[in-house]
Design a protein around this ligand. Structure first.
Ligand SMILES: Cc1cc2nc3c(=O)[nH]c(=O)nc-3n(C[C@H](O)[C@H](O)[C@H](O)COP(=O)(O)O)c2cc1C
Length: 174
């Protein structure tokens, strides 16, 4: 089975998972912005990865293009984010990014990434400062929100090789 991993990564968390997946599955890796339809036509399975930015998956346009272009391939999408990945969060990410028809064509996985303010782009820094202000003014922040606030000064990295196990088992079941 020929497998390709296509990912976009701003600060490296999604890249970590793409690298581990390629090592374990013997898959070829492409950077999302550089991949063309021609590059992917011979693969049986396409695994797309991207970070979450305000609940949107980085690279979603490319992912949607290939879902419609290759209806007969196995398509897996993974997103990385700073949040712990509770079921309701994952459900809302799926609904926000994929139509009902697209949801039937893919299998989605959430792999926890991290957060490093120093690696954010200037625009992302502005967005994250706004979020910080909102969180700082909350009278009763949740433990997750307090964890996020701490991450502005102490970067967090939850990426771990073993986190890809469920995705790997799924792909190897084909
Ligand atoms: C502007 C901005 C918005 C973000 N929005 C979310 C979000 O909605 N949910 C989440 O879990 N993480 C969010 N994050 C954290 C990133 O998703 C996380 O750092 C991810 O692992 C980044 O992957 P990458 O470095 O491979 O692009 C956000 C980060 C930034 C900078």
């Amino acid at each position: 089975m020929k497998i390709a991993i296509i990912y976009k990564s701003k600060s490296g968390y999604t890249k970590n998972y793409a690298t581990w997946l390629s090592e374990i599955l013997g898959a070829e890796v492409y950077q999302g912005s550089k991949v063309k339809a021609e590059n992917l036509k011979d693969y049986d399975t396409l695994i797309f990865g991207g970070g979450l930015y305000a609940s949107g998956i980085n690279g979603i346009k490319t992912i949607k293009k290939f879902i419609s272009l290759y209806p007969d391939k196995n398509i897996v999408v993974f997103a990385t984010g700073a949040s712990p990945g509770r079921n309701d969060e994952i459900d809302s990410v799926i609904k926000r990014n994929f139509t009902e028809q697209e949801q039937k064509a893919i299998r989605f996985f959430y792999l926890r990434g991290g957060f490093d303010y120093s690696k954010c782009t200037p625009i992302d820094k502005v967005m994250m400062r706004m979020l910080e202000l909102i969180l700082k003014h909350k009278s009763n922040p949740t433990p997750d929100e307090r964890g996020m606030l701490n991450a502005y000064t102490t970067p967090m990295d939850f990426t771990k090789r073993e986190n890809v196990k469920e995705l790997v088992d799924y792909v190897q079941s084909f």
